[in-house]
Design a binder for this molecule. Structure first.
Ligand SMILES: Nc1ncnc2c1ncn2[C@@H]1O[C@H](COP(=O)(O)OP(=O)(O)OP(=O)(O)O)[C@@H](O)[C@H]1O
Length: 314
């Protein structure tokens, strides 16, 4: 759906983005990750033409972006940024309704859309519609920013460190919500972050950038297992890669059917990650866990040997 073909961006003599090629399929969540100044935001902004690319081609649905009218292009693309960009003297409701109003939707339709989005993002109408941005917490402001980006129902969402300024707990819950939203709304998302855990948690397609170039791209697990070079390996966490991989794999992938042995006392849900299972084992000094389903009924067991990938289980 989004294709960048040999795209370069120069600011004067400086090359900010250097001959990158990248494809994002419809409904995919693509994460650009890399060290500061590697060209992530510039890449994102070239997609909605906030920045014009110098060379190469950028296509949306096989059409060059320069063939679209800017207004048409921006309507198709929601844009959410770390600082939220909310207008300080406008209420939450007015901020969220900005793009639909610009598109001259009838008043009642704008109002209905604002209500729908506030419900979607977990912002109670009575509590928040009339509030001003300075009266919101960081997490609430970020939600309003995401709601505003979704307002005209764009099929593409561009997000530049949208959860950057948040504490880890709020951040994780917004990440979970974003994944949930995406699985329901099927948006195509390009997401910029420099936080590798966030990138691994969110990405269908992970793109690692360094000094304006793409050094590796693919599925997160593929990059973890076979980093292209030492830079990608260290960015992915070096020795911590085993734990990062375990965080991406569900318990159900390694559990064995219930055997004749007594059930282990400690339990873990089947949707938990192997990393969580390892943590429970360490914390409870247990080598075996009973895996339970959503109704808390035993469905299998996980041993430490299986968890670490030893194939033959005694
Ligand atoms: N408008 C501009 N004029 C000149 N140089 C720019 C401009 N915008 C960005 N750059 C340069 O382009 C390079 C890439 O910047 P970019 O903001 O894309 O990096 P980034 O990976 O998003 O960094 P960060 O994670 O710090 O936000 C940097 O060297 C930056 O200084």
């Amino acid at each position: 759906m989004i294709d960048l073909i040999h795209v370069t961006k120069r600011f004067g003599d400086a090359v900010a983005v250097d001959d990158i090629s990248l494809s994002v399929a419809r409904g995919e969540l693509c994460v650009l990750v890399g060290t500061s100044g590697c060209g992530k935001s510039t890449t994102l902004r070239m997609i909605n033409r906030l920045i014009e690319h110098s060379e190469g081609e950028i296509h949306i649905d096989d059409q060059q972006i320069r063939a679209f009218r800017e207004e048409t292009l921006r309507r198709r693309m929601g844009y959410a940024i770390q600082s939220t960009g909310l207008f300080p003297h406008w209420t939450v409701a007015r901020n969220i309704g900005l793009v639909p109003r610009l598109l001259k939707w009838p008043k009642a339709k704008v109002q209905a859309r604002v209500e729908e989005l506030m419900a979607l993002l977990g912002l109670a109408m009575e509590a928040f519609a009339g509030k001003y941005p300075h009266q919101l917490s960081g997490g609430q402001a970020q939600r309003v920013g995401v709601a505003r980006a979704l307002a005209a129902d764009p099929d593409i969402l561009l997000m530049d460190e949208p959860f950057g300024a948040l504490d880890p707990i709020t951040r994780q819950s917004l990440q979970d919500e974003l994944r949930e939203l995406q699985s329901r709304l099927h948006k195509t998302i390009v997401f910029v972050t420099h936080d590798m855990d966030e990138a691994l948690r969110l990405a269908d397609h992970l793109v690692v950038m360094h000094q304006g170039r793409i050094v590796q791209q693919g599925r997160p697990l593929a990059l973890l297992r076979e980093p292209a070079d030492g830079f990608v390996e260290s960015l992915l966490g070096g020795e911590d890669r085993g734990l990062k991989e375990a965080a991406l794999l569900p318990v159900s992938q390694r559990m064995l059917p219930l055997g004749p042995r007594l059930l282990a006392r400690e339990r873990i849900g089947q949707h938990a990650s192997l990393r969580e299972a390892l943590s429970v084992m360490l914390w409870r000094h247990a080598e075996r866990l009973t895996v339970v389903d959503d109704d808390d009924l035993p469905v299998g067991e996980l041993s430490l040997r299986r968890l670490v990938g030893v194939r033959s289980d005694e």
